[in-house]
Design a protein around this ligand. Structure first.
Ligand code: SF4
Length: 476
């Protein structure tokens, strides 16, 4: 997944510090408002990291633009969780040429590919000036100092940190939904995953600073808060309050002005009943849990080192299904992992039926460098991986069709997140994370509307604004 570049929003910070006048980069930076462009690949953590990087740049006087052609500073915030995402970055870098572009443009590679490929990026793409992993983002102001002083080939690759990358200057790209990272890194050791190597060890942010940021954001008009972490529910509060993750959820949900709270991504091993109890008690906590399972086969789960069995996972699902309100459940699945037999795959298919997921993000396994699984035999042929993925996705489409069908004739509160001018359609999201399209106005962006669902498909719903009669039966 690629996230779009930053769009220019009004009210940008204007805390320009004059660039230090030396070398090529100093020439680029010598006047106020040098244009920058960030392209983000991967997960919401990366999207939010880019918001923070943009905040640091804007506090130094740079200004965001919407295309790399207009920019003099271009950062790619990268993802290496799958081979395709990493390849995309190198294909972007391949569009620049040493000499032709590098005198005019400063190009930086941030995030997971930066951490994983390190100095090799300079060899493959000599026009790159900065290579910085996410654990080194707290050092970004120093790294920018060096770039502004004319240094080239700057690296920030240390994983030896207990800091979280927080900045007061975060440049939020959405006016009503705010991301807050509450835990960085990962201490799990899934055999296919690069994250523990690229993001470093787990480190949680103190609850008092999270809550004060929530209060500030609510005062600024943000109504939806999304708490982020690779394993968000492994949160361990370093502040004296020692809030559990469920207690933190409850406290965020109680902040005046906060109307919706989501969190992602939960690890099944650390998922506990008190999270479901908190959702039951606090209406602001959304009816949605993303609980990645990856496979329905115990043999595969063991090879993946996921630290739970299918049966243990299903116990957590049972706990969620026992909540007083209906909670939608989504997951991630990998097909064709090393040694996955047809029988293993069939267990994954049967899990789809058993859980009845509302959404599944599914991928073909691709070996990643330096992972444990990278040394195992990638035994499922590419064509067979593709076949399994299609079978899984077709089955899940049917399940989603059925689940979404039950929403027809119901009325839901939706947060309007977009508007399609060509169709005159507003696009909103229910608390259970279902997308609803309905006739609307651009001025409704950021508002909560009651919408009666008139039709459904596997991926979204169609509706109309509720009338006085139907609005009385609003479902969350
Ligand atoms: S829990 Fe596993 S898959 Fe998730 S980030 Fe950590 S190591 Fe990667």
């Amino acid at each position: 997944m690629t996230s779009g570049p930053f769009q220019i929003l009004p009210g940008s910070p204007q805390l320009f510090e004059s660039a230090k006048a030396q070398g090529d980069f100093a020439r680029v930076c010598e006047s106020a408002g040098k244009p920058f462009y960030i392209e983000t690949f991967g997960c919401q953590m990366n999207v939010h990291d880019s918001e923070k990087v943009a905040g640091v740049l804007m506090a130094r006087g740079y200004r965001p633009v919407s295309s790399p052609e207009e920019a003099e500073v271009i950062f790619y915030n990268t993802c290496s969780i799958r081979e395709k995402a990493a390849q995309k970055v190198f294909s972007r870098l391949g569009t620049y040429r040493k000499g032709r572009d590098s005198d005019r443009k400063i190009i930086g590679v941030l995030g997971c590919v930066a951490q994983q490929e390190a100095d090799r990026i300079f060899e493959r793409a000599p026009h790159v000036s900065l290579v910085c992993g996410s654990a080194s983002y707290p050092k970004l102001p120093d790294l920018l100092d060096q770039l502004e002083s004319g240094h080239r080939r700057i690296t920030g690759l240390s994983l030896d940190t207990d800091e979280c990358f927080e900045t007061e200057m975060t440049r939020r790209d959405n006016r009503f939904r705010a991301y807050i990272t509450i835990i960085e890194g990962c201490d799990k050791a899934c055999t296919y995953c690069v994250v523990p190597m690229t993001r470093g060890p787990e480190r949680s942010r103190p609850s008092n600073t999270i809550l004060s940021e929530c209060r500030r954001l609510a005062e600024e008009g943000f109504t939806e808060i999304q708490l982020l972490g690779q394993t968000v529910n492994s949160y361990r509060d370093p502040a004296p309050a020692r809030l559990s993750f469920a207690e933190l959820l409850a406290r965020v949900a109680e902040v005046p002005g906060v109307r919706r709270v989501r969190f992602t991504t939960s690890h099944p091993h650390d998922f506990s009943a008190d999270i479901v109890e908190a959702i039951d008690r606090h209406p602001a906590l959304c009816d949605q849990i993303h609980l990645p399972v990856q496979s329905g086969s115990n043999a595969v789960l063991q090879r993946m080192r996921r630290t739970y069995t299918r049966e243990e996972y299903l116990e957590k699902i049972h706990c969620i299904r026992s909540a007083k309100r209906a909670i939608s459940i989504s997951t991630d699945m990998i097909v064709g992992f090393c040694g996955e037999t047809i029988e293993d795959f069939e267990e994954t298919l049967s899990l789809l039926d058993e859980v009845g997921y509302d959404q599944v993000f599914s991928f073909k396994y691709s070996p990643r460098p330096k992972t444990v699984a990278g040394h195992l035999e990638d035994s499922v042929p590419e064509e067979e991986k593709g076949r399994r993925l299609s079978v899984l996705q077709a089955k899940q489409r049917e399940i989603q069709n059925q689940r979404n069908q039950t929403c027809v004739e119901q009325t839901y509160e939706v947060l309007v997140e977009g508007f399609q001018p060509r169709l005159g359609q507003a696009v909103g999201r229910t608390t259970s994370n279902r997308i609803v399209n309905f006739p609307g106005e651009p001025s409704w962006l950021g508002r909560y509307m009651n919408v009666r669902v008139t039709a459904s498909g596997p991926n979204s719903l169609v509706g109309e604004l509720a009338t006085e009669q139907t609005a009385g039966q609003v479902k969350r």
